[in-house]
Design a protein around this ligand. Structure first.
Ligand code: GUN
Length: 291
């Protein structure tokens, strides 16, 4: 038996289509165009790729995209002044500051300077608190995309044992909150977890978000479990004689696909859903701002 492949690329295309339909109606009926501002500080190559992709897809669904590229040595004062300007710009409904920021900038301070109603990343402490208490909030895009795929596959998640591997503020912690909100029994595992293989083997749902290439082998997976692989790791493929790099997840796909009931591939799983959810969050922020 091999697992069903959860096609995040196709799912993301349906989310973008729905967003584009709403955006067209907002324009026709109310003359409003949602706008997303993305701020990139410095020249991190991976961040540049993500930001370009976000800008392109924003425009493709009919929204306005405002890109702000700042030098790596931009001062905190100047960055905060830009965020203040965007907070007060009625054309801007969503603000995303691409992380990581250069070391001299305080990420917490910068994120918490964003107007929570425009915080389409869901990283502001108000949104974190609202999510943790089950109130309406902006939900971080990657965990939201994972949840949508899980709901689509399972219908109800109620009572299922879920293990989230990784405790980051961007993925692990909000993912656990979302699964708890859907009545899963949730374990957050991390680098200090004892007997990680046994913890993972108990899970009906495994969300791997550690950023370590292929660290979860197939024999950790309970037969029939659903595996959501958030990792996007670029590894040297030289050992395979290919002479180039390739992308792999945090899960050993080839062994896990033989055991799991369903699994997301890398690439083509969680990644495309993240940007689709960013667009959906921007639309949500625009609708809330306009009543
Ligand atoms: N860097 C890596 N993932 C993310 C994300 O989801 N949002 C932002 N702002 N930066 C990131």
């Amino acid at each position: 038996m091999t697992a069903q492949i959860i096609d995040g690329k196709a799912f993301a295309a349906t989310v973008r289509e729905k967003v584009a339909g709403h955006v067209a109606r907002l324009k026709d009926e109310h003359g409003i165009t949602p706008g997303l501002a993305v701020v990139l500080v410095g020249e991190d190559p991976a961040s540049q790729v993500y930001v370009r992709s976000k800008g392109k897809q924003t425009v493709e669904v009919g929204m306005n995209s405002f890109e702000h590229k700042l030098d790596a040595d931009t001062s905190e004062k100047d960055l905060l002044a830009l965020i203040d300007k965007l907070n007060n710009d009625p054309q801007v409904h969503g603000i995303l500051v691409q992380l990581p920021l250069p070391g001299h900038l305080n990420e917490d301070l910068v994120i918490n300077a964003i107007d929570p109603s425009k915080d389409v990343d869901g990283f502001h402490i108000s949104n974190v608190g609202l999510l943790g208490t089950g109130q309406k909030s902006m939900v971080p895009c990657t965990p939201l995309g994972c949840l949508m795929m899980l709901r689509d596959h399972h219908g109800s998640l109620s009572g299922l044992d879920a293990v989230v591997i990784g405790r980051s503020n961007i993925v692990g912690k909000p993912m656990a909150q979302l699964l708890l909100g859907d009545s899963c029994t949730v374990t957050i595992a991390h680098s200090r977890t004892k007997d990680l293989p046994d913890v993972v083997r108990r899970a009906d749902i495994v969300v791997a978000a550690v950023g370590r290439a292929e660290m979860v082998p197939g024999d950790w997976i309970k037969p029939g479990a659903t595996v959501i692989d958030v990792g996007i790791n670029r590894i040297d493929a030289l050992e395979k004689g290919e002479g180039k790099t390739r992308l792999v997840g945090d899960v050993q796909f080839d062994s896990a696909v033989k055991v799991a009931g369903a699994i997301t591939p890398v690439p083509g799983g969680v990644g495309p859903m993240t940007i689709a959810c960013l667009l959906a969050n921007t639309l949500t922020a625009c609708c809330r701002a306009n009543g």
